[in-house]
Design a protein around this ligand. Structure first.
Ligand SMILES: NC(=O)c1ccc[n+]([C@@H]2O[C@H](COP(=O)([O-])OP(=O)(O)OC[C@H]3O[C@@H](n4cnc5c(N)ncnc54)[C@H](O)[C@@H]3O)[C@@H](O)[C@H]2O)c1
Length: 455
């Protein structure tokens, strides 16, 4: 982390002298078609970042393990998508995907499995529009940057980046190349989250002032597995202490709270509990003398971060992947006229719900089910995480084909992912408040809010 001080000093210098020039250049690169700040014909507000429509989406995948495979299968079931290339350090995984693509009636995609940097060769191909990475976290930025520098749009699994420098790298590369770079946050497309967006956009919760969210998922088996994420995810718990995986809870909440579109994250404070869960688990499962039981972990079992936005609104974000517990992302969104929470699925709207009583969300589904869910839930059934993964992939392809702004962009990827680095810094300094960089460089003030997406 010593290098970060240097980098932030030079960044400050650059802030003084370089942003005006860069912003002017970026405005040219990114916003030639972005003038429509008002609602579209479908009544939907526009965000700034859009590119020319595509006739088809030719995609190359990097990292086709657990989640990459889900995306490949989804893409093979979306019209006007061609899977042209596939890359993984494990040749058998590349071959497996090549077989799926051929079985789906498309030509065999080119395979790349010549070591961990072979994705660069793939990104140099001319016949790709989009490079999609579902690799371990530390590869997301190198792959996205290589893709954009070679003229491709870049999509990455979550989190997009680990450090603030990486967040800036994504923003700066997207701006200088004029390519999309997005973080695939599937939880924005889950049924209840979509319905929340619909309720918020239709004013039913009033002004949203506060939210609580998180990722509380017992991953002890996964972290100690001998395959998949077990090969890399546990290592992040050795040295890092903070909120390592904030975006599943935070993404949907940020959309509801107009982050980067009227408001922005401003400050964050963060504390972690002691670290016990992984040590105890390793001792119980592998024995007290096992190599696993001798591993030391820095990651506090429960990390609680509190964000204040520029407009003074508040968000609690919790991370807990080391303790025995049922799953939740909390998803509580509270406004001046009502509140929703997802675990359990409940709604309270003043003047409509019985006073002081939660109502089952089914009471609201007939009127407030999100149009995207109505349109796509059946197609997404059985395709990963209850259908939301299919909807997120479908929306990405749809926006690229139509040349419309994406539902989240590179500024969202950077701001949502920055929570990991800022929480680590706050925890390491006894909860000292950390300032969010303004990745939009002021555009958050004028960017219009997201509409009821995909309606
Ligand atoms: N959105 C979600 O719900 C969700 C769920 C699970 C995982 N994820 C995210 O997806 C990503 C991948 O997770 P996973 O569970 O699929 O892990 P995984 O370990 O199953 O898959 C990662 C794949 O990347 C390959 N790989 C590693 N380094 C590579 C490199 N340099 N070049 C090419 N291939 C490389 C591995 O061989 C493996 O096949 C992570 O960012 C994770 O956080 C998201």
């Amino acid at each position: 982390m010593g290098g970060e001080k240097e980098t932030s000093r030079s960044r400050r210098d650059f802030l003084k002298t370089g942003w005006a020039a860069l912003a002017a250049a970026a405005a040219g690169a990114l916003r030639p078609r972005s003038v429509s700040a008002g609602p579209s014909a479908s009544g939907e507000a526009r965000s700034a970042f859009r590119t020319d429509p595509l006739e088809r989406v030719r995609v190359g995948f990097v990292g086709v393990g657990g989640m990459g495979s889900v995306h490949v299968q989804n893409f093979l079931n979306i019209d006007r998508v061609e899977v042209r290339a596939v890359c993984d350090i494990v040749p058998e995984k590349v071959e497996r995907v090549q077989k799926w693509v051929v079985e789906a009636g498309q030509p065999k995609p080119a395979g790349y499995s010549d070591g961990p940097w072979d994705f660069k060769r793939m990104c140099e191909r001319e016949d790709l529009d989009l490079v999609f990475t579902a690799t371990p976290w530390e590869w997301h930025v190198p792959v996205c940057v290589a893709a954009m520098k070679n003229g491709k749009h870049a999509a990455t699994e979550v989190p997009a980046a680990i450090t603030l420098e990486e967040c800036w790298q994504l923003v700066e590369t997207a701006e200088s190349t004029g390519r999309h770079c997005l973080m695939m946050e599937n939880c924005c497309y889950d049924r209840f989250e979509l319905m929340t967006l619909n309720l918020v956009r239709r004013g039913r919760l009033g002004e949203v002032l506060h939210a609580e969210c998180g990722y509380l998922h017992d991953l002890r088996d996964v972290k100690f597995s001998s395959q998949g994420e077990g090969l890399w995810r546990r290592q992040h718990s050795w040295k890092r202490n903070g909120n390592l995986y904030p975006t599943h809870g935070l993404g949907p909440v940020a959309q509801n709270m107009n982050i980067n579109r009227g408001d922005a994250f401003d400050l964050l404070v963060s504390f972690s509990s002691p670290s016990r869960g992984l040590q105890e688990y390793a001792r119980d499962r592998f024995g007290p003398d096992s190599p696993q039981a001798r591993e030391k972990f820095a990651l506090g079992d429960v990390n609680t971060s509190l964000i204040r936005t520029k407009l003074g609104k508040t968000i609690i974000v919790i991370h807990d992947t080391n303790l025995p517990r049922p799953y939740t992302r909390i998803h509580l969104v509270q406004g001046t006229k009502g509140v929703v929470r997802k675990w359990p699925h409940e709604v309270y709207i003043e003047g409509r719900s019985p006073r002081h009583e939660w109502e089952p969300f089914e009471n609201y589904a007939p009127e407030f089910e999100h149009p995207l869910w109505n349109k796509l839930a059946v197609k997404g059934e059985g395709r990963g995480h209850g259908g939301m993964d299919f909807i997120e992939d479908y929306r990405l392809v749809e926006c690229l084909l139509k040349g419309e702004p994406l539902d989240y962009d590179v500024y969202d990827a950077a701001a949502w992912s920055a929570v990991t680095a800022l929480s680590e810094r706050s925890v390491a300094s006894a909860g000292k408040p950390q300032k969010f960089p303004d990745f939009t460089r002021g555009l958050w003030k004028t960017n219009p809010p997201l509409g009821i997406i995909g309606g």
